[in-house]
Structure formats: structure tokens, C-alpha cells
Design a binder for this molecule. Structure first.
Ligand SMILES: [Mn+2]
Length: 418
């Protein structure tokens, strides 16, 4: 049994207002090509097909066109599971129709757990394995929350609930599996130990997320666990057969240097699954220019856009005190980019770190909260507490670091309860 594992497409995603439709089109073409080339029996999507529960029509078109093509590409079974970004009911709506094409959708946790067990058939219709197609499990799918529970108690309850779900679904699949065929599972969750040494600090922050489960929470006897939710490809807890495929298209500037991939897995009876990582091309180059004004200016001018097929999407991060407030940096860098690169590069965003220090603020004036930056509000709060001098500067610096981290790590929005 050979299958392709992917996840986190986020079709319909916009990056600072820009559609990512062109790179998604190219990516889906490439996945179809790989399905044909590697003659896979099955296609597995581990959640977050769409970026939102109400995707734009072009994203729906991309999805259905893909399904029509995958059905013709020699795949015997297609399994789509819902992620935290997907609407379970929207994903499930065409379920009965798609089954006629051997496409099986599990948009959300099912009432009867047996409905999450899907036979994997090859193109000749022969059952060659089973998939425990577990979608993103929402709080309501797990154990009932206890009134007044602490974060730690809640986290423990979520972990226990997820673990129990996998135990039950795998036990039920094993009962069905009278021929001792490989059983695999999917999951859309945040796995503990999914963080490896190559991650920088900003991602380490999310280790604190609620409801993380370890690789050992998946019952023994699963030949492979196809995970979605983390956008950086990685294996979990050092286990080669518990993996995040990662997102195939860079969805955010924090993913700008990630190597994108899909995973092709071959399961043979009574053997460890054979894993093949298939690197994907860079469908769209995302780049961040950061530093002082002149540094950024030079880096933009020197950047070689000719290597890339599609317009490069860029973001500028200016250091504190990099410019005088009088200059419209957005306009400046956009003009500079247009002059040097024409259509081949677009600046999507300029982030300017505020000068450290207490800004002018008069609580008797009519300044509304929406006119203030987060830094202004924080400075005012410090002033109110009588914090000044070194301590004030230190706290402002720390607060600024936090703001930068929050701005960068956009995937925090995909919390476990989202
Ligand atoms: Mn995702």
C-alpha cells in the first residue's frame, strides 16, 4: 500500500491582502503529477484544506478540480479530513456525491466512531489497508469540560480525550482488519516533541499550547500517522512514522525559509513503513528584509528576482530608530522596489518598530484608543504605575519583543480551540 500524505493547504488564504491562488494552482498540479509518477494507491489530506470555513469560490474551484483530477490519476482512494480552519459541515456537504468517486470526507468528529474508519482500496478496488481518518477534534468532541477547571486541568482533559479517541478508533479498526493489513491514522493537532532543534525561539513559545499530545499517545500497531496543523514538516518524538507533512505552499513570512514537501509512504505487511520525502519547488518566494534603513535599501536593490517564476512577495522589518517619523516608509520602499524589480517583486508590508521611550500622550485630550499604538498604551500604563528610568526602558523593550513575536507567529491564531 502506497499513499501520498499532505496537509495544510489553506486554499483561499490571503497574505496581507494578496491572494495565493497562483502558487496553489501550481502546487496542486505538482501533487497530481507526483501521484501519477509514484503510482500511489491513496491520497491522504490531514486537514486545513481551506483557510476559512467560508472559502472564496476560486478556492472551491481549486479543490473540486483537484478532486476530479486525483480520481483520474490512478488513485484508488482519496481521504480528506477536516482541520481547525475547515468548517466540518461545509467539508461534509458533498460527502455522498464524492463517495461515488472513491473520495471520502471526514469533516469533523463523527457520532459513531466507526464512521472514521475507511478501507483503503487500490485502483482495482481491492482493500489493501485501513485508515483511521481522525479530523481535528474540537473541545465538544472530547470529554465535557468541568466548570471552574484550571488551564492545567483542561489541558490534561484534552490530552486524555484525544488519546482515548485514538485508542477507540484504532481498536475498532483492528476488529475489522481480519486480514492483518496495515492500519494508518490521520490527525490534526499539536503534538508534543513536534518542536525540533532547528526551530528558532519564536516557535518555541508555542510549546506552551494547551492539549499537546506525545507521539506515544498514538496506539502501537499504527503503521503510520499522517499529521496536519504544524506548517513546518517534521517527525514527532523522533519517530519516523509519525509525521507532519507541513504546508506545501509558504503561507506566511514565518515559513519563508522552510523546505516544503509531501510524504510518500509505502506500507508492507509486518514491516516498518518506508518513508520517501518528496521536496517541492518554491511556488512563490517570500522574503523578509530587516535591519536599518540603508541595509534594507541595499538588500532590496541587490535581490535577484530572476531565479523566480512568480513575483517575489517581500516584507520589510525596520529596526527601531531606523528612520525619521516624517518619511512614509511604505511608499518609499514600494517605489524603490517598483523601480528596481518592476512586477517581479511586491512589498506586502513594512513593519516599523517604534522608538523606545514614552510617546506624547495626554489623557485629557480626545485621543481615542484606536489612534494609539499598542506601545503607546503600554507606555501609558507604565507611567500610571510610576515605573520610570532603566526599568521602564527594559519593560518597553520586552514588550516590544513580545509584539514582534506575536506579529510574526501568525499561526498562533490556529489555537487548539479555534
Ligand atoms: Mn494549518
Amino acid at each position: 500500500m502506497k499513499f501520498l500524505h499532505t496537509a495544510d493547504w489553506h486554499l483561499g488564504r490571503r497574505l496581507h491582502g494578496q491572494e495565493l491562488a497562483a502558487e496553489h494552482d501550481a502546487c496542486l498540479d505538482e501533487i497530481i503529477r507526483l501521484i501519477r509518477e509514484h503510482r500511489v494507491d491513496a491520497f491522504i489530506h490531514a486537514g486545513d484544506v481551506f483557510d476559512t470555513g467560508t472559502p472564496p469560490n476560486y478556492a472551491l474551484k481549486q479543490y473540486y478540480n483537484f478532486l476530479a483530477r486525483v480520481a483520474q490519476a490512478g488513485c484508488g482512494t482519496v481521504i480528506i479530513t477536516g482541520g481547525n480552519h475547515d468548517s466540518p459541515t461545509a467539508l461534509n456537504a458533498p460527502k455522498d456525491l464524492l463517495e461515488a468517486l472513491n473520495i471520502y470526507v471526514v469533516g469533523g468528529a463523527t457520532e459513531n466512531i466507526a464512521d472514521e474508519i475507511l478501507p483503503i482500496k487500490n485502483s482495482e478496488g481491492k482493500t489493501i489497508g485501513y485508515c483511521c481518518a481522525v479530523p481535528f477534534l474540537r473541545d465538544k468532541d472530547l470529554r465535557y469540560s468541568m466548570p471552574g477547571e484550571t488551564d492545567a486541568e483542561r489541558s490534561k482533559r484534552i490530552v486524555a480525550g484525544i488519546q482515548e479517541h485514538y485508542e477507540r478508533v484504532v481498536a475498532a479498526a483492528q476488529l475489522l482488519n481480519t486480514d492483518d493489513l496495515p492500519i494508518i491514522a490521520t490527525g490534526h493537532l499539536f503534538a508534543q516533541g513536534g518542536i525540533t532543534g532547528d526551530l528558532d525561539n519564536k516557535e518555541q513559545i508555542h510549546v506552551g499550547n494547551l492539549g499537546q499530545i506525545g507521539a506515544d499517545a498514538f496506539p502501537a500497531g499504527l503503521a503510520y500517522v499522517a499529521l496536519g496543523h504544524l506548517h513546518r514538516p517534521q517527525k514527532v518524538g523522533g519517530r519516523d512514522t509519525v509525521r507532519y507533512s507541513g504546508s506545501p505552499v509558504a503561507l506566511d513570512f514565518s515559513e519563508r525559509d522552510d523546505a516544503k514537501q509531501v510524504v510518500i509512504v509505502e506500507c508492507l505487511p509486518k514491516q516498518t513503513a518506508r518513508i520517501e520525502i518528496i521536496p517541492l519547488p518554491t511556488f512563490r518566494r517570500l522574503v523578509r528584509f530587516s535591519g536599518m534603513f540603508a541595509e534594507v535599501e541595499h538588500a532590496i536593490k541587490d535581490f535577484d528576482t530572476n531565479k523566480y517564476e512568480r513575483s517575489v512577495f517581500a516584507e520589510v522589518h525596520l529596526s527601531p530608530n531606523a528612520t525619521t517619523a516624517a518619511l512614509d516608509v511604505n511608499d518609499y520602499f514600494r517605489t524603490l522596489t517598483a523601480k528596481h524589480h518592476g512586477e517581479k517583486m511586491q512589498i506586502l508590508r513594512v513593519v516599523q518598530t517604534r522608538t523606545i521611550g514614552v510617546p506624547a500622550f495626554d489623557k485629557n485630550s480626545s485621543t481615542g484608543l484606536e489612534e494609539l499604538s499598542r506601545m503607546d498604551v503600554f507606555a501609558e500604563r507604565l507611567k500610571k504605575s510610576g515605573i520610570e528610568g532603566e526599568e521602564m526602558i527594559e519593560l518597553q523593550r520586552t514588550f516590544q519583543e513580545l509584539l514582534t513575536l506575536l506579529d510574526e507567529a501568525e499561526f498562533t491564531k490556529e489555537g487548539m480551540t479555534a
